[in-house]
Structures are given as C-alpha cells and as structure tokens.
Design a protein around this ligand. Structure first.
Ligand SMILES: Cc1ncc(COP(=O)(O)O)c(C=O)c1O
Length: 416
C-alpha cells in the first residue's frame, strides 16, 4: 500500500457538490481484493460483478480497477448497466444476468453485450437487431434457486430452438447458488451436481460451452470444486465476506467508507423531544450532534431510534430519533468536546475504532449488500488510492483532483 501522502483523490464530477457527506472508495483495496481472489483460482477466470453501480462503489471506476488487476470479464444485471460500461470505453466481455425487452436487445447488439437467454422469443429479438457481428450468449440453468433461468429438462429444447438464429453464438452455461454462504447446508453440492450433470448431457447432445460457471463470492472463497472455468465475485471484491458463518480464506479489505461531519451541536434539557414525531425524548440533559446524511443518501430509516451508531472522536454514538431524508441526530452527551466540523464516520475507521458495513447493516436489521448498494446517487463518491490507479480508473487528471480539506462547518461553537 502506498504511504498516505502518495494517495490522491478523484471525485465523480456528476454528483460532487462539495458536500461533507460522501462515500470514499479506496481503489487500492479493490485492486488488493481482486488479486487476493485471483490467488485462489487455478485456471479459472474472474468475472467482477459490478451490477448495482458496483454495489454502490461506482461501476466504471471499479470495473477499470478490477480489469487492471486480474478480472477478465464483468457481470451486470441490466442492459443499461452494460451500456454505461461501454460508453466509458470498457471493451471486455460483459455478461448481462437479467431479462431484456426489445429495445434492450438492440443495445445488446449495438454495444456487444452478452445476454442471458431464457426463451426462443428472446433469441428472436436479438436476431432481429444483429449487426454483422456474432451475438455471444449464455444460458442460465435453474438448479434450485427457483428465481430465473430455465429448468434442466428444458435446456436442450431451448438450445436446439436457438440454432435457427444464425447471429447467436453459444458461449456459456451457468447457474447460481441459493445457500453458498451457509456452509453447514448441503444444497450447494446438490445444485452443483445437477448443474454438472445437465452440462454433461447437453454436451453429449452436441452443445458445447466454452464457459461453465456457478461460483459467487461465497463458493469462490470456500469451495474450489465450484470454480469450474469462471467465477463471478461481487461482495468479496468490495472487501466483505458474504457471511460471518464463513471463516475468511483470503484476505479482503473493505473499500468503502461513509463519512460526514457534525453540522450543529446543541444541548437540550431532560424531557425535550428530538426530530419528527419526537421519537426520542431526552431522559437527561443531552447533547445532540446533527450530521447531514439521511435516507436521501441511502441510510436505512431502521438505523434510527438508538439502533444505529456512528463514530465521533473514535467513540460510538447512538443515532437518536428518526432518520430523516437529509439528517441524523446523534447523542454525543458522553463524548467530550464535540464541535461543529468534527468527523462523523458511519462506515470506516476513525482512529483505532472501525465500523464496517456488516456492523452497520446488523444495526439496521439488514445485510452489508443492502447497505452498500443502497447508497444513492446524491452521495458524492470520492476515489482514493495510488495516484496512477485513481487516474486510470476515474480519468481525472491529478491536477483536477480537488477536495475541500478545510471542514465546511466552522469549529468555533463549543457547547460543552
Ligand atoms: C448471477 C450472479 N452471479 C454472481 C453474483 C455475485 O454474488 P456475490 O456478491 O455474493 O459474490 C450475483 C449477485 O447477486 C449474481 O446475481
């Protein structure tokens, strides 16, 4: 890791407003995680799953970083997510997991995206838009998750039917696990066995597949037998183990921190209510710090009423009252000398103290995937890391990389 002074920052210009509330994404951590995951593979390719705006981290910057450090392919859910990557000049194969409509079929052809096909009608839509270039496609087998894909028994008929469309080029067969993050359950083995049997039968019937894939982060980390010749990793790229039930098998570094600053500190007497509905009534003379972050930035409302905690001066402080669209109120009565401009950390490190997205998720009654992916566009993303890496990933020249280093809120008012 470069020394902190060697690290630069870049901002995504669309959403940068000079707000003190921002997500900071450490691209060195993304690069580290990709290398760490690749070291588990022997011969399999790594697909970086960057759907959901790269789980809230910013799809383009993460995709470029992942591709520079060992990933060879990208995975998204919608055709629009694939188009965003292409418009940013990313040329690698991009698999689209989700279903698509006619206009999206045109985008698949125009932008050379790789759709997942689950019906003859989908194949027909693609054929109509072909532009003298083979349209590579994958078929997803539903081996037991019972969401998308086709049953194993229908795969041969679908593949036979798709042969009528000359533009289509079969590239991959895949499945998705239901319980890979719960190693004590045996359904992953059953799903894998069914997938491999289906693939063998289809191959025996004359359908070949250059790529066969099944593994998400959980099984990439815990079951080499699921790696086949491609793994699709999402949450682990961002530095998280998919489940606390799984012992870490590869070192991972959380890449995103979520930071704000105290915008106001004020004392209220015992009996005073705070925020909408007076959901918090002070039981003692209380010091309330306001931070300008709310559900308009993606914070769950369930963090309110004492469930969620933030770090202030390296100590945990409860979010009291309701989370509103733009603000949270924090009880800092037990923390000395909190003043306007002090740093507030929702995810990340503050001094020796650290709170990750898994812990914040537990406080909100959800999972780390939901917290990270739920961060909304209003929240500026600021990229940090090795200067060359940040420049390559964001396209922002070092001279243009600016961030207000002085706190935006003045520090004079001491309330205690
Ligand atoms: C088809 C598919 N593959 C891979 C992944 C990545 O999963 P994870 O983030 O658990 O690695 C997802 C995410 O939900 C997915 O939908």
């Amino acid at each position: 890791m470069p020394a902190p002074t060697d690290r630069v920052t870049a901002l995504n210009s669309e959403s940068w407003t000079g707000r003190v509330t921002r997500a900071e994404i450490d691209l060195d951590a993304i690069a580290f995680n990709v290398r760490s995951l690749c070291s588990l593979l022997s011969g399999a390719e790594l697909m970086a799953v960057v759907k959901g705006n790269a789980y809230g981290h910013g799809a383009v910057a993460v995709a470029r970083t992942a591709l520079d450090h060992g990933a060879t392919r990208l995975g998204v859910y919608t055709m629009g997510e694939g188009v965003e990557l292409r418009q940013a000049g990313i040329h690698c194969p991009v698999l689209v997991f989700g279903p698509f409509q006619r206009d999206e079929a045109r985008d698949a052809c125009l932008y050379d995206l790789t759709p997942t096909i689950s019906s003859i009608a989908a194949g027909e839509m693609l054929q109509q838009h072909e532009i003298n270039r083979p349209i590579r496609f994958h078929v997803k087998i539903d081996t037991g998750l019972h969401r998308s894909g086709i049953p194993p028994t229908e795969a041969a008929d679908l593949l036979r039917g798709l042969q009528q469309f000359p533009a289509l080029q079969r590239e991959g067969l895949y499945t998705h696990f239901a319980c890979a993050d719960e190693p004590e359950r045996d359904c992953t083995s059953a799903q894998l066995a069914l997938f491999l049997r289906t693939a063998r039968e289809l191959e025996a019937a004359g359908f070949s597949f250059p790529l066969k894939h099944a593994a998400n982060s959980a099984s990439t980390l815990s079951r080499p037998d699921t790696h086949l010749n491609l793994v699709r990793t999402g949450i682990s790229l961002y530095g998280y183990n998919p489940s606390s039930a799984m012992p870490p098998t590869a070192p991972l570094q959380p890449a995103l921190s979520l930071r704000s600053q105290v915008a106001r500190v004020h004392a209220i007497p015992a009996g005073a209510g705070v925020g909408y509905g007076y959901a918090f009534i002070a039981e003692r003379p209380t010091c309330i710090a306001l931070a300008p972050a709310g559900y308009g930035d993606g914070l769950p409302r369930t963090l309110g009423n004492g469930h969620g905690r933030v770090l202030v001066h390296g100590m945990q402080a409860p979010i009291v009252g309701r989370v509103s669209m733009d603000q949270i109120t924090v009880d800092v009565t037990d923390i000395e000398n909190v003043v306007e401009g002090d740093d507030v950390v929702l995810i990340g490190a503050q001094g020796e103290t650290f709170q990750d997205a898994t812990r914040l998720a537990a406080q909100a009654g959800t999972i780390n995937y939901d917290i990270l992916t739920g961060l909304l566009p209003r929240l500026p993303r600021r990229y940090v890391g090795d200067p060359r890496l940040v420049k390559r990933a964001t396209g922002v020249a070092q001279s243009d990389q600016a961030f207000p280093s002085a706190p935006a809120f003045h520090r004079e008012t001491r309330t205690k």
